[in-house]
Write a protein that binds this ligand. Structure first.
Ligand code: MF3
Ligand code: CO
Length: 249
């Protein structure tokens, strides 16, 4: 069952979304050559705590941080580390979940470290466009596959790949709620959407081959199998009668 949020719950979700926006305000200026992903996460944790919120990723199946920070061929779930120091030309995604007064919000941005190649720039832009083309289909009465198909088409028409093994998700009282929000699929299929459903929509896009591998040593980091760069863009969105409202942007 997909939860439907109303009234007070929607207020709570919006407050969580606004708090997460505050967190991202401090992230962008941190993204510079020479900083480690450990330090970036430490600043994020300080900010989340100062807002009176928590970061549900920390401790989730043993994940050690509140943010997943993933560089270049790392698609998602990068573990912050002192050994991972940003270098010019890299692209880095920062994925943060925050819980405030019992309500969750989830968002991801992919940033450029200094000047990056045109190829990487385009990848970041199209990944964002995948998100917008996807959510343009959301409204009461639409089907979840309408969003999935729009995301997949946007990526594949640009020659990019869409990760199959990881998906977006419902979000609200918990970080992960039904439904599974796929970035691939057919329009007119899937769950019927209703006003009050809250979704984390998160296209995970690869430059070419969509296949990925999970790091055998840390058990978390997901990398593209062809070692080409990848990008991730995510927001928490609330479905309404006529469309949807982005809570984290
Ligand atoms: N933001 C991720 C998601 O959307 C977080 C889950 S993995 C975690 O599902 F280990 F970091 F929690
Ligand atoms: Co998510």
């Amino acid at each position: 069952m997909i939860p439907i949020y109303k009234g007070k719950d929607i207020e709570g979700l919006k407050r969580a979304g606004s708090a997460l926006k505050e967190v991202f305000k401090i992230v962008e200026p941190l993204i510079k050559e020479g900083i480690s992903t450990y330090e970036i996460n430490a600043e994020i944790e300080k900010k989340i705590t100062s807002l009176g919120a928590t970061g549900p990723c920390k401790g989730y199946y043993g994940f050690p941080a509140m943010a997943c920070i993933s560089i270049d061929d790392e698609l998602i779930h990068g573990i912050p580390s002192l050994m991972k120091v940003l270098r010019r030309g890299q692209i880095v995604s920062v994925d943060i979940v925050l819980k405030l007064n019992g309500y969750c919000a989830d968002a991801t941005r992919t940033y450029a470290v200094g000047e990056i190649s045109e190829e990487k720039q385009k990848l970041i832009e199209i990944t964002k466009r995948c998100f917008y083309n996807g959510i343009s289909k959301l409204k009461e009465g639409a089907r979840l596959g309408d969003l999935s198909s729009a995301i997949q088409l946007t990526a594949e028409l640009n020659g990019y790949g869409v990760c199959r093994s990881f998906t977006g998700h419902g979000i609200g009282r918990e970080m992960h709620e039904p439904p599974e929000v796929r970035n691939f699929g057919q329009s007119g299929t899937g769950e019927l959407l209703k006003s009050g459903m809250c979704l984390a929509v998160e296209p995970m896009i690869t430059m070419r081959d969509w296949r990925v591998n999970v790091d055998k040593t840390d058990g978390w980091t997901v990398r593209t199998s062809d070692a080409l760069p990848s990008a991730h863009y995510e927001n928490t969105v609330l479905i309404t009668k006529t469309g949807c409202e982005i809570l984290t942007e």
